[in-house]
Design a protein around this ligand. Structure first.
Ligand SMILES: Cc1cc2nc3c(=O)[nH]c(=O)nc-3n(C[C@H](O)[C@H](O)[C@H](O)COP(=O)(O)OP(=O)(O)OC[C@H]3O[C@@H](n4cnc5c(N)ncnc54)[C@H](O)[C@@H]3O)c2cc1C
Length: 457
């Protein structure tokens, strides 16, 4: 049986939508699949039906542009929202994308294509510390998602902590929305951004906007400081903030009262589907694995392309540019005529250099491991404390996988998305690409009812 579509795109964020539209404009028959009910991915979040904020674009630079792309795509492609992809298979004819369609009453559905573009984005990278499992502690991305997607301000008195430039829009957004932001605590030096000439040149305007907003709301921005403990009975009441040395070892501490902590240490690309397909990975500037692609965003697997954060964390604009390149490359590989790429390639090069510089300016330093105590939960889903991880190591476990088999961190609901990075660091190994044959939860009955690939006829 021949595939239904020329190109299946997974992910309706900036990368996937741009990729799908570029290919569709070149005459390619495209299906775009996303697990979410609305397009936009992590950056362009949509408010629930009926919400009409005064300035919908205020929290999303480029929302108008994305909306125009989406409207153009609606007329030219099959859009399959609310389809969670749990596996992808490939044979000589193309790819079979295994989805679960719907909300509570999910139905299995398989979408087939001659080519595949993976644009699955990234998720937050938290680090464990005593008290991170208290109500009131959430990831910076989670706080931002609540604000942008629901107009919900995560708390009244908020501390923002972690590392990287993402802390700035989170703090500025919360302050603008009325929260009393008690401070931003950046674990790396506060001049990390400004000192880097490339960074200063690339995003000076945007950074200045956040700086003005923080100044207007009197939000202090502290460098080389981190939240190393959260306190409270049944809910967050205060945090311990430490001044850090350059390895992130605490030097001195103080207490800051708050009811909410929004924190994050960067992002982890979602690699389950590319790894399932056997796509080669490479190490990004922060040492983490990302999908390796060539100049046209082709992965090492024939007919499979990747774009956006799964090929390296670099922001929504870079994701869109990569998506456009991938869509056009796929169209050209399918025999369609496409416009010239050089200007896009130059733009991608500039933006990726900026992204690499950011990753280098805001590393995660090993001293965070000293923030943990023996009873600190490393894996919240399975409630595995640091002592459990250490015992597994004493039993001979030398990597995150064997620690997981012995002590269970990463075996719970999130499947290691929250604790995987920390466990790998505690095991003393490089973080490796996740090997999950099932990328999203699926009912046993649906799995049992599976037939062969529809492409097999
Ligand atoms: C929680 C969070 C909040 C963020 N907020 C901001 C912000 O406010 N400002 C900012 O500048 N940057 C933010 N970022 C970073 C920003 O989202 C990215 O730079 C940008 O969205 C990357 O675009 P993308 O297309 O690569 O991926 P994404 O925008 O992440 O889109 C990926 C899409 O793939 C879909 N998907 C993934 N896996 C599957 C699957 N198995 N089945 C079906 N669909 C799947 C997802 O539902 C999603 O829609 C945030 C990141 C995160 C993780």
């Amino acid at each position: 049986m021949s595939p239904e579509y020329d190109l299946v795109v997974i992910g309706a964020g900036p990368a996937g939508v741009a990729g799908a539209l570029s290919a569709a404009l070149a005459g390619v028959n495209v299906a775009l699949v996303d697990g979410a009910a609305r397009p936009g991915g992590q950056y362009f979040r949509h408010l629930p039906e009926g919400f009409h904020p005064g300035r919908p674009g205020a929290l999303h630079h480029g929302l108008d542009r994305f909306t125009r792309q989406w409207e153009a795509l609606r007329e030219r492609a099959t859009l399959l929202l609310g389809h969670r992809v749990w596996a992808v298979e490939r044979d000589e004819q193309g790819v079979s994308v295994r989805c679960l369609e719907g909300d509570r009453e999910e139905r299995p559905r398989t979408v087939t294509g001659r080519r595949l573009l993976l644009a699955t984005g990234a998720h937050d990278r938290p680090l464990p510390f005593p008290g991170w499992d208290l109500p009131g502690v959430l990831t910076a991305g989670g706080a931002q998602a609540l604000l942008k997607g629901n107009l919900v301000v995560a708390g009244r008195r908020v501390v923002v902590a972690g590392t990287g430039p993402f802390l700035l829009p989170v703090a500025a957004g919360l302050a603008e929305a009325g929260a009393d932001v008690r401070g931003v605590f950046e674990a790396n030096g506060r001049l990390g951004l400004a000192r880097h000439p490339l960074l200063a040149a690339g995003k000076a305007g945007e950074a200045a906007g956040y700086a003005v907003s923080l100044a207007r709301h009197r939000v202090p921005y502290h460098g080389r400081q981190a939240v190393i403990e959260a306190h409270g009975e049944g809910g967050l009441t205060h945090v311990t903030v430490a001044r850090l040395d350059r390895h992130w070892r605490p030097v001195s501490t103080r207490t800051v009262e708050c009811d909410t902590l929004a924190y994050g240490y960067g992002f982890v690309p979602q690699l389950e589907l590319p790894v399932q397909l056997g796509c080669a990975t490479r190490r990004d500037a922060d040492g983490g694995p990302v999908v390796a692609v060539d100049a046209g965003q082709r992965t090492s697997v024939p007919g499979v392309y990747a774009a956006g954060e799964s090929t390296g964390v670099g922001g929504a604009v870079l994701a869109e540019v990569e998506g456009r390149i991938a869509g056009r490359t796929a169209a050209a590989d399918l025999g369609r005529r496409v416009g010239p790429l050089p200007a896009l390639l130059r733009r991608r090069e500039r933006l990726s250099a900026f992204a690499r510089a950011l990753l280098t300016a805001y590393p995660v330093r090993p001293g965070w491991q000293r923030w943990l105590r023996e009873d600190t939960l490393v894996c919240r889903c399975e409630e595995v404390p640091l002592s459990g991880v250490r015992e597994a190591r004493e039993l001979g476990a030398t990597d995150a996988r064997s620690i997981k088999l012995l002590a269970r961190p990463g075996m719970g609901w999130c499947q290691g998305r929250m604790c995987g990075y920390a466990v790998a660091c505690l095991a003393g190994e490089n973080v490796s690409a996740p090997r999950r044959p099932i990328a999203q939860p699926i009912r046993l009955g649906d799995l049992a009812a599976l037939t062969r690939s529809p492409l097999e006829g």
